[in-house]
Design a protein around this ligand. Structure first.
Ligand SMILES: Cc1ncc(COP(=O)(O)O)c(C=O)c1O
Length: 377
């Protein structure tokens, strides 16, 4: 029997139709970038504006003296530093291989395969549903309203039917913050029934306060965080789950024995030092300023309609010529993200804020595309 036939015979039923998450890097590989990295000044390098990464590549030092040893499961210095940064206690803090692993751990710890369900509010980050489907967990949907606020009626209708409620704020890909009063209603509706997971991957870019401050008030609140966005460390895969100590202890039952490689711990610690935090704040300010400029310039293009908001590090827009524009940008080595398959986001594209050069490149390529379109018609 061929391996392919054997796989067909053995593969879990729930995985047969599953499409893996089409991450930005799966669609366009970063391999071949060379020593300058993908943000080097090399004009031939694509402008990577498709994964909501930071354009800043910062320097770190690495001490190899203990690489022969397994690392701590939860490196105390990283846990302490992140807890201090987030204003929670170390016992309320768990670190993992990105926020993505936090999502997976929550599903594995709290949902029984073939029996339990999670709730998502699309359009939103794709990994909640994919992670659930991978473990044969059902996915209920309460789509966002047309202004991308939560549909509270639809959400409350799921009380008692789901174990986890995933709410992304600022939301990817709409860039909208979830209103505080709305979230309070969700937390209260699911009190004693389900965990409400607020994904704050983009929290550093918004003026809205973090839900980490509310952990003491809501025992069913879980907050997800990451070093992949504002901290410019998507490459090290380091995220955090903040929750009541009892929730953290449950997640520690299912986490791998050594989930945080030693180099990751060393780099995370430097990023969370006083000078690291200051650098992050400076870089966030630059990104937010660039975002405002790009947003204003895009808004002046008649064929472009801005969609949602810009509370994170990206801009979402709609255009009737979505496909042709996307392809013309790819041809110019400018990679942005097609979001048009998401619920209510037909013809929508998402641009991650890059550095000044990349932002100018994408803007002028879009302007040229529409000028050419108008002169052809
Ligand atoms: C909303 C949201 N949550 C989580 C993640 C994943 O974060 P990490 O890189 O920490 O796994 C992303 C990545 O794009 C995201 O957009």
């Amino acid at each position: 029997m061929s391996a392919a036939n054997l796989v067909d015979q053995l593969l879990c039923e729930n995985l047969k139709a599953l499409q893996p998450y089409q991450s930005a890097r799966r669609l366009f590989s970063g391999e071949g970038a060379g020593e300058k990295g993908i943000d080097g000044a090399d004009e031939n390098q694509p402008a990577w504006l498709n994964a909501n990464e930071s354009p800043f590549a910062n320097e770190y030092t690495l001490n190899c003296a203990s690489l022969n040893r397994y690392p701590d499961c939860q490196p105390p210095s990283v846990i302490k530093a992140y807890a201090k940064y987030a204003g929670v206690t170390p016992a309320q803090t768990l670190t993992s291989r990105g926020a993505d692993e936090g999502i997976e751990l929550l599903i594995r710890a709290f949902c029984t395969p073939g029996q339990d369900k999670i709730l998502i509010c699309p359009p939103t980050y794709g990994m909640y549903a994919i992670s659930a489907e991978t473990f044969n967990i059902g996915v209920e949907k309460a789509p966002l309203n047309h202004d991308f606020s939560l549909d509270l009626e639809a959400i409350k209708a799921q009380v008692g039917k789901v174990k986890l409620v995933f709410i992304c704020s600022p939301n990817n890909p709409t860039g909208t913050d979830v209103g505080k009063q709305q979230l309070i209603q969700v937390l209260e509706a699911f009190a004693g029934k389900a965990l409400v997971v607020v994904d704050e991957a983009y929290i550093e870019f918004t003026q809205q306060g973090s839900w980490a401050d509310e952990l003491a008030n809501y025992s069913n609140l879980v907050v997800l965080r990451t070093l992949s966005k504002a901290f410019a460390l998507a490459g090290i895969r380091c995220g955090f789950t903040l929750a009541d100590e009892a929730v953290i202890q449950a997640l520690l039952k299912v986490i791998a024995p050594y989930p945080v490689p030693e180099p990751v711990a060393q780099i995370a610690k430097q990023a969370l030092s006083d000078s690291g935090l200051q650098r992050t704040r400076n870089q966030v300010a630059i990104i937010n300023q660039q975002k405002q400029q790009l947003q204003q310039q895009l808004a002046q293009i008649p064929q472009v309609t801005l969609v949602g908001d810009t509370a994170a590090n990206f801009i979402l827009f709609r255009t009737g010529q979505k496909q042709a524009l996307f392809e013309s940008l790819v041809a110019k080595n400018i990679l942005i993200r097609d979001q048009s398959k998401q619920l209510n986001l037909d013809n929508c594209l998402r641009i991650t804020i890059g550095n000044d050069r990349q932002n100018k490149m994408v803007l002028s390529a879009i302007q040229q595309f529409f000028q050419q379109e108008s002169s052809n018609s």
